[in-house]
Ligand binder design. Structure first.
Ligand SMILES: [Fe+2]
Length: 200
């Protein structure tokens, strides 16, 4: 298995700042590259959380929020088809399509211990924090008869302390990501519960 370290630190071209895929193009890419419904849902949930965080917590303009959303939507686009080259393939695709370098850098830094790229901007840091937590919270909701209804932060925290629950989710990455942002774990869990429950 090849290393997933990306081995470079510059992504995209500054001349492409402000270029995004249209919603139709982004959906097409997802439909083509990600047959797995559950993975597509994960990417849509991360996208919704990212967009909402940008607008509600960072007070960004609409275009910036759409960049946060698109980074979330596409961050795992190559995971299913190219697991050994996950991240490199989608980055090269977005570079080929002249997409905004901030979106590409954000995707490249969503797993610093795997891809070797440190999150720099707030958008980078938030995708790192939201990605693992979003999947974990969804797993916690799925085992409840009422799903997200009545799901409380304290029950998510309790499950995080149980290493056998959703064991593939890295608690180290979650703690590392939280240490890089001025947001408490409790606050981010509540935000994700509130914003991803309506994404289906
Ligand atoms: Fe992800």
């Amino acid at each position: 298995m090849s290393t997933r370290n990306l081995g470079r630190s510059v992504f995209g071209n500054p001349a492409n700042t402000g270029n995004l895929l249209t919603p139709e193009e982004a959906n097409c890419l997802l439909e083509d590259w990600v047959p797995n419904d559950r993975l597509r849902l994960h990417m849509r949930q991360v996208a919704a959380n990212m967009k909402a965080w940008a607008l509600e917590k960072e007070g960004t303009d609409e275009l910036t929020a759409r960049k946060w959303e698109q980074a979330g939507l596409l961050h795992d686009a190559d995971w299913e088809r190219y697991p050994d080259d996950h991240c490199r393939i989608i980055i090269e695709e977005l570079e080929r399509r002249n997409i905004d370098p901030h979106i590409i850098h954000c995707i490249a830094s969503h797993g610093p211990s795997v891809f070797g790229i440190e999150p720099v901007t707030k958008m980078d840091k938030m995708i790192y924090a939201i990605d693992e937590l979003s999947g974990f919270i969804h797993a916690a909701a799925l085992i409840r008869p009422t799903l997200y209804e009545g799901l409380e932060v304290k029950s998510v925290l309790k499950r995080l302390k149980n290493p056998s629950f959703a064991a593939q989710v890295s608690r180290n990455d979650i703690n590392d990501a939280i240490s890089r942002i001025e947001v408490s774990l409790d606050e981010l869990i509540q935000f994700i519960i509130d914003h991803q429950k309506m994404v289906s």
